[in-house]
Ligand binder design. Structure first.
Ligand SMILES: Cc1cc2nc3c(=O)[nH]c(=O)nc-3n(C[C@H](O)[C@H](O)[C@H](O)COP(=O)(O)O)c2cc1C
Length: 205
């Protein structure tokens, strides 16, 4: 059992990293594996809608997204943590997730997702909703906590004073472990839900 964790902060050892530390403490205790992908200072391009991935099954750009797609295929759960920038998830996280979810061809159904937004003061619920949309368009169940997953702090490390935010991170991690184990048992007993051929309509046809 493995969780893929994306830290969307460009800051090393920032508040997002501290929140992740809290969640992985739970995984360590529960014997659940994890891998942390740090966006850091990586130059992650936005999607150019070139259509390459539809033909080749991977993104045309090689800046880490294709490697991440292979990891996504292997994992049972995925956590995305993003700092809030202007009331939204930060631009690099959005670029990465747009391309990862659009280009990767693996079956994401029933991989458990969880998102966290970290901010000084405002915009966490908007960013939280934004991040959850990647999971909920991919038939991924979402592990929730006892608040809309956020953490507060401005300077690096300030989040350590947000004891409620850190507690919530532990709760979400525990709920995620429970869900991943439940999905594993469910898959064994019933298999994944029946798949239908995709139908795509728009408002003009
Ligand atoms: C470009 C930029 C925009 C930001 N916008 C917001 C914002 O809209 N709301 C907020 O509360 N904090 C905002 N912040 C503060 C960060 O969200 C905050 O410092 C957070 O702890 C950073 O997380 P990190 O340490 O993981 O990078 C912004 C910071 C930057 C650099």
């Amino acid at each position: 059992m493995k969780v893929l964790i994306i830290n969307g902060s460009p800051r090393k050892d920032g508040n997002s990293a501290a929140l992740i530390k809290e969640a992985v403490g739970v995984f360590d205790k529960e014997g659940v594996g994890y891998e942390i992908f740090e966006i850091g200072g990586k130059a992650i391009r936005g999607c150019e809608a070139c259509g390459w991935c539809a033909k080749h099954g991977e993104c045309v750009f090689h800046d880490g997204v294709n490697e991440l797609a292979a990891r996504l295929e292997e994992c049972d759960g995925m956590i995305v943590v993003s700092p809030v920038y202007y009331g939204s998830a930060n631009g690099s996280v959005v670029s990465l997730l747009d391309r990862l979810f659009y280009s990767s061809r693996c079956d994401k159904r029933m991989k458990v997702g969880a998102a966290f937004a970290v901010a000084r003061r405002g915009g966490t619920t908007a960013a939280f909703d934004e991040l959850n949309k990647y999971f909920t368009i991919s038939q991924m169940p979402v592990a929730s906590g006892r608040y809309w997953n956020n953490g507060f702090g401005r300077a690096k490390g300030e989040i350590s004073d947000d004891v409620e935010g850190l507690q919530n991170a532990r709760i979400v991690a525990r709920n995620m472990v429970f869900l991943m184990r439940s999905v594993a048992l469910g898959k064994e007993k019933y298999g994944l839900p029946e798949k239908e051929e995709t139908v795509m309509t728009s408002f003009i046809k």
